[in-house]
Design a protein around this ligand. Structure first.
Ligand code: SF4
Length: 475
């Protein structure tokens, strides 16, 4: 992926799905539900299907629609499936990291896909290597699969229950065996995972509720932190294996940016949460302006909320090319200089001669913000005030989100006035942690480590960043 087309955003690393449709084929249901999670990872996708005997898998790099054509789905026969879409950095080893992982075990075939990041993965990897395991990738998911395969127990849910306490950090995972699907969520509850009933019988599990609704689930609930869900023969069983850690450590970024606006996360509508974030932002950092515009698409509800509180007109300022996706086409030098203009055009009629408030959901490195501000000024805005619906990101994430390293994070190096100068705004305001939690209507239960540096589980700050790990360093 070309850096110049890659927006400066935190990058979620995965979306997962599991499907059980007794008496039917799971492949297309898996395809459409993982397709609904495309925003959670746009560089690789895979589906594994079990027919009760064998697990067949197809996976590759690219968007879900690029990896799967009809002829790739057809051979994936069976009523049980898991699927995965992932973000990764491009690199020579990244093909090996594409999920789901499928391994042969002494109990039959096993497939696994996961969203999150274990903070003790390096230690577990070394342990596996010392025990003689042959690791083929640098992904935590392979570690999870091999540990599960070697775990003790008379059935898969027991093996999963025995191995789960050894994993520290974020994991929302789905497992496929010959005759069942399993799902589990870490006891901190970092990443989302929900389970629903399919029309006509059957069950589906997915990272976001929107993916469940896409395939017709009308009722669903969260997989609880520390819980294992098992579906076999059309019947769902649930086991609370570990006590949920209190307070919980849900990722705040699911509300701010990652999840689709139609998602329900922590019993909150993500769309409504984003509007509330914008409203609190307006109270904390009002601006004298003629128009409020969002950086599409995720900032739209927040900009609406911001404009509503201040009584300033909301309007569109950018048109985003929603179809450019993650292109692997390297732009020419001339096109590279276009930067984010390859993705965004401005609507000059809404900006010319106006004092503009531009609402965005985050600033990571500051590269995109500067270019967007330039575009708005070039369209004739007289002032550009930027408002951000989260606090400055000053710390990396160790729980499955690529934010970059300390050196890359602009808020780790510069204060707010300096960032404002760097990106060329007339003023800049970030929502505070307190206001952000107020907007969500919660006192605690969320991880805010990338803002505060207070990690809900101890991390070694000298650990390789997730990005570096996915660059394929396998020692
Ligand atoms: S550090 Fe930030 S991005 Fe990572 S889990 Fe916590 S809130 Fe989410």
């Amino acid at each position: 992926m070309s850096e110049s087309l890659d927006l400066d955003r935190p990058k979620e690393e995965c979306g997962v799905v599991a499907i059980s449709v007794p008496g039917s084929q799971a492949n297309k249901t898996a395809f459409f539900s993982v397709y609904a999670l495309q925003h959670r990872g746009q560089e690789a996708a895979g589906i594994a299907v079990s027919d009760g005997q064998a697990i067949r898998v197809h996976k590759g790099q690219g968007l879900v629609s690029q990896v799967f054509k009809e002829n790739k789905l057809e051979p994936l026969v069976g009523e049980l499936a898991i699927a995965h879409t992932r973000y990764s950095t491009t690199g020579s080893n990244s093909e090996r990291n594409v999920q789901p992982y499928v391994v042969e075990t002494m109990y039959g075939p096993l497939g696994l896909a996961h969203n999150g990041n274990l903070v003790n993965a390096d230690q577990l990897r070394k342990q596996l290597l010392a025990e003689g395991a042959g690791l083929q990738s640098s992904s935590d998911s392979e570690v999870l699969a091999l540990m599960l395969a070697a775990s003790e127990g008379s059935h898969w849910e027991e093996r999963l229950a025995n191995v789960m306490p050894k994993w520290t950090g974020a994991f929302s995972l789905v497992v496929l065996t010959g005759e069942k699907i399993l799902a589990a969520r870490d006891p901190w509850g970092f990443r989302p995972l929900s389970v629903g009933e399919l029309p006509g019988g059957g069950h589906a599990i997915a990272s976001e509720t929107g993916a469940l609704e896409t395939i017709g689930c009308s009722s669903y609930r969260e997989v609880k932190p520390g819980e294992i869900i098992m579906v076999t023969g059309g019947k769902l069983s649930s086991y609370q294996i570990m006590d949920a850690v209190e307070p919980q450590a849900r990722c705040t970024f699911e509300h701010i940016y990652f999840s689709r606006p139609d998602a329900i996360w922590d019993d909150l509508s993500v769309h409504e949460a984003r509007q509330s974030l914008g409203e609190e932002l307006a109270k904390e950092h009002p601006a004298e302006a003629d128009v409020v515009i969002p950086v599409p698409d995720s900032s739209t509800p927040a900009a609406i909320g911001y404009a509503r509180v201040l009584g300033v007109p909301y309007n569109e300022g950018f048109v985003k090319n929603r179809y450019i996706g993650r292109t692997f086409i390297e732009p020419t030098t001339e096109l590279r200089e276009q930067g984010v203009a390859l993705k965004f055009n401005t609507l000059a009629a809404n900006l010319k001669g106006k004092r503009v408030v531009m609402v965005d959901d985050s600033i990571v490195r500051g590269t995109t913000s500067r270019q967007l501000v330039d575009l708005v000024r070039a369209a004739g805005a007289t002032e550009v005030h930027m408002r951000v619906t989260c606090p400055p990101i000053a710390h990396p994430c160790f729980f499955g989100v690529d934010m970059g390293s300390y050196e890359e994070l602009i808020a780790n190096k510069l204060g707010v006035p300096e960032i404002s100068e760097h990106i060329g705004t007339d003023s800049l305001g970030f929502l505070s942690v307190e206001r952000m939690m107020k907007a969500l209507g919660r006192d605690d239960g969320y991880c805010n480590a990338c803002f505060t540096g207070k990690y809900p589980v101890p991390v070694q700050l000298n650990l390789l960043t997730t990005k570096q790990r996915f660059d394929g360093v396998l020692k």
